[in-house]
Write a protein that binds this ligand. Sequence first.
Ligand SMILES: Cc1cc2nc3c(=O)[nH]c(=O)nc-3n(C[C@H](O)[C@H](O)[C@H](O)COP(=O)(O)OP(=O)(O)OC[C@H]3O[C@@H](n4cnc5c(N)ncnc54)[C@H](O)[C@@H]3O)c2cc1C
Length: 381
Amino acid sequence: MANSIPYDIVIAGAGIVGLAHAYEAARRGLSVAVVEKDSRCVGASIRNFGFITISGQAQGDTWRRARYSRDIWNSIAPDAGIEVVHRGSWIACQRPEAIEVARAFLQSEMGVGCKLYQKPDFPQLLAEHPDANSLLLEDILGVLHSPLELRVESRTAIEKLAHWLEERWNVQFFWNTEVLGIRKPGVQTSSGPIRADRVLLCCGGSLSGIAKTALADYDLKLCTLQMLRVRPAPGFRLPGSVMTDNSLARYSGWAELPEAEKLKACIKSEMPEYLEAGIHLIAVQSADGSLIVGDSHVYSDSETVFSSAEVDHLILNLARSVLDIGQAEIVERWAGTYPVWQGGDALIHRLSPRECIAVVTSGTGASTAFGLARDTFDIWR
Ligand SMILES: Cc1cc2nc3c(=O)[nH]c(=O)nc-3n(C[C@H](O)[C@H](O)[C@H](O)COP(=O)(O)OP(=O)(O)OC[C@H]3O[C@@H](n4cnc5c(N)ncnc54)[C@H](O)[C@@H]3O)c2cc1C
């Protein structure tokens, strides 16, 4: 397998973080090889909602990276044959305390372009966005709308992105090949050496193997999430991605506003079982009309193997409290993991002048990977 002319860079991992870095490297004129241990990406990047979010992201680097990444998704999606399935997010505010958070958010820099519809505004909401009638508006006090988000179908989009990088940017992929170690110049893989001037590890939640030594200085845990796909009645259409009060109390961009303290206290006393399992609602829709609904968050040193039926039940109940989905049948269940780190939503760590590791350490990789990749190469010139 040894290549006679070394690549400028070899990247381990074909999840969204590895692919975004491959894109950024190729754009900067580098020759790129991506090495993936599986026959295709089966990690977090295809298990997520495909929800490319800006609103709710933590102020600072994460929000900045999300805005940049959204623009990149927008610009490459048509060329890569990736459908943007829907746009915008809708937060169904069920409590007065949630309305307070939404109002405070609108006053902040991050709320620019967003809009709060309260009960008296619902006729206007329906006139402007007829699909909003899939929300149970009679049970909701207000709706915070952000037009900034995109949603792609990750389980096909990641594969299309890899294909596009190969065709359009000449990125070379080595599937079914595991990077076992760094072997100068380049890497040693399960199929032999690959020569490259620089090595970048984007191994996601695979914290053993080569990532273990590279991340020895970081105390990373794994977060496991439960996800469902449900089939609502024919014709049911979401206006975009839907969330609830629990999300306002969870995601830093809202939850760190001082006004969120009262909302967090309400949720703690009224929904302790949701808090304990880290459940909040994200509901998104696929082209066939089915919905992905989730999710829960369990933190541990390793993946949480056994899914809980009670958690599925709680997620669905939360969805039914704001969406007119009735007894929507569950058609798929799966779990996913991502690494988490107290130090921030992502890390870029230079192991040496020629070797680096980039990891998204939060549930934000679909939203931020392109921005992270730009930062990696700005730091690592
Ligand atoms: C259920 C769930 C829902 C989520 N929802 C969202 C969302 O809606 N929006 C959002 O922004 N984020 C979301 N996230 C987070 C997001 O999916 C992750 O942050 C992102 O996918 C991480 O990408 P990655 O490339 O680092 O990891 P992965 O997708 O896991 O890819 C890592 C790849 O590296 C490969 N690899 C590992 N070690 C080696 C090696 N030694 N050699 C070769 N290959 C190797 C693995 O096989 C894998 O394919 C969600 C995550 C989960 C689990």
